[in-house]
Design a protein around this ligand. Structure first.
Ligand code: URA
Length: 442
């Protein structure tokens, strides 16, 4: 088979055959096809798209490009959850312990931050001593013993996606529906879960900015799951502003602990309960989302969820005392309070710009090899629709230096607009997509 012919056919908008897809996926996994040819093909796919059939075949070929985890040694239905990526989105650290506290095993493989979005693994590694690299045997043992483990994906899981994702990141081809759907679903199908709950973000901080694009992406991923015989529920949730009030690795761990301790309510808790309730339904532990929510709320109020987080941190070598004393987490050199400086209503946030501000402070990577500073980021207590005065706190910055705090302050001010008239709060979720159709929020 000839790679130039494959690129040409996609350049002309033709559908690729299963053999052609297998050929370039294998070449991406074993690096036998040079990056420049893969990059050209990715751009042709970005510009001309793929049919549902091509997208499904690409997903399955990427799934089969490496190992497929076997979680059959863990009794019960294993439900995975995946977010398409957001800012201040630490729902995994809230819902994994809560779902486990309801008796449903959570064997979760998570990822690192990408671009302006944060990653669960980076957040967990901000806890002193925490190990994300368990062997499959340790992973299974831990889930069987305490009900929950969150680890990094093994190097051999969907290696073709690893190559293609790294190329997409640097060739402006991330925002392609078939490429996103196949990238996410190939990893989820390879991670061995029995059912999957997807959190598809929409809004200024999401990979898909428009609601139509996000619903299309949700539908494509549900369809792939259905064809692969894995039940999938996709919830389209808002990313018009950061999900939690904390942005940055150690800060987001604090946010999750505050939610699990019952000290913090708000959107992070609400979205975690929503996604968690669908996880319980897939596992057969709840009949309806309302029943799921009641069970999760009980686990929250009894402290059972926080206890699970504590057990998970201890089991993975981390300092569980962070659950009671946040000062044991990395602390920033500079802490600065910033006021709104305006009177009115918070009107909009450029959430991607907010994520990039945290990344520039050192919370995310600009190059793949950049070390992270776990201590940095910001707390942003204001929400769209809030009324503020000039003296109302806008944010607290946690920075490495006064200069970096200055740059972050300017970026955050530029990312947030105010209105002189009241502004409606954006919805928490917009649609729930299953194989049976799309349920829109009222
Ligand atoms: N997350 C992924 O894993 N892949 C994408 O393409 C986008 C988000």
């Amino acid at each position: 088979m000839n790679m130039v012919e494959i690129i040409t056919r996609k350049k002309l908008g033709e559908a690729l055959t299963a053999e052609e897809i297998d050929f370039f996926v294998k070449g991406a996994a074993d690096h036998s096809i040079p990056d420049y040819q893969l990059a050209a093909l990715l751009m042709a796919i970005r510009l001309n798209g793929m049919s549902a059939q091509e997208t499904t075949h690409l997903t399955l070929a990427m799934r089969d490009s490496g190992d497929v985890a076997d979680l059959s040694a863990i009794p019960g239905v294993k439900v995975d959850k995946h977010s398409t990526g957001g800012v201040g989105d630490t729902a995994t650290l809230v819902l994994a312990p809560l779902v486990a506290a309801c008796g449903v095993p959570v064997a979760k493989m998570s990822g690192r931050g990408l671009g302006h979005t944060g990653g669960t693994l980076d957040k967990l590694e901000s806890i002193p001593g925490f190990r994300i690299g368990l062997s499959e045997e340790e992973f299974v043992r831990q889930v069987n013993e305490i009900g929950v483990a969150v680890i990094g994906q093994t190097g051999s899981l969907a290696p073709a996606d690893k190559t293609l994702y790294a190329l997409r990141d640097v060739t402006s081809t991330v925002d392609s529906l078939p490429l996103i759907a196949s990238s996410i679903m190939s990893k989820k199908l390879a991670s061995g879960a029995d059912a999957i709950v997807l959190d598809v973000k929409t809004g200024s901080g999401a990979i898909m900015h428009t609601l139509e694009g996000s619903v299309e992406l949700a539908k494509a991923m549900v369809d792939i799951g259905t064809l692969a015989k894995k039940p999938v529920t996709a919830v389209v949730t808002g990313m018009a502003q950061p999900l939690g009030t904390h942005v940055g690795n150690a800060l987001e761990v604090k946010d999750a602990i505050d939610v699990l301790s019952g000290r913090t309510k708000g959107d992070l808790l609400e979205v975690s309960l929503l996604l968690g309730s669908y996880m319980l339904m897939h596992a057969g532990a709840a009949e309806t989302p309302e029943e799921g929510r009641r069970k999760l709320t009980k686990a929250l109020e009894s402290g059972a969820g926080l206890e699970k987080l504590r057990l998970m941190i201890r089991a993975q070598g981390g300092d569980e005392r962070v659950c009671d004393d946040w000062k044991r987490m990395p602390q920033a050199a500079v802490v600065r309070e910033v006021a709104c400086g305006k009177t009115g209503w918070v009107a909009s946030m450029d959430t991607t710009a907010l994520g990039l501000a945290a990344q520039a402070m050192g919370a995310g990577r600009i190059r793949k090899t950049d070390p992270l500073d776990y201590s940095v980021g910001f707390i942003l207590p204001v929400r769209i629709g809030d009324h503020v005065w000039a003296h109302t706190p806008l944010c607290t910055l946690f920075a490495r230096s006064e200069e970096e705090a200055d740059a972050a302050e300017q970026a955050i001010r530029e990312a947030i607009t105010f209105s002189e008239t009241p502004v409606e709060r954006p919805p928490l979720w917009y649609a729930i997509v299953t194989k049976d159709g799309v349920q829109k929020a009222e």
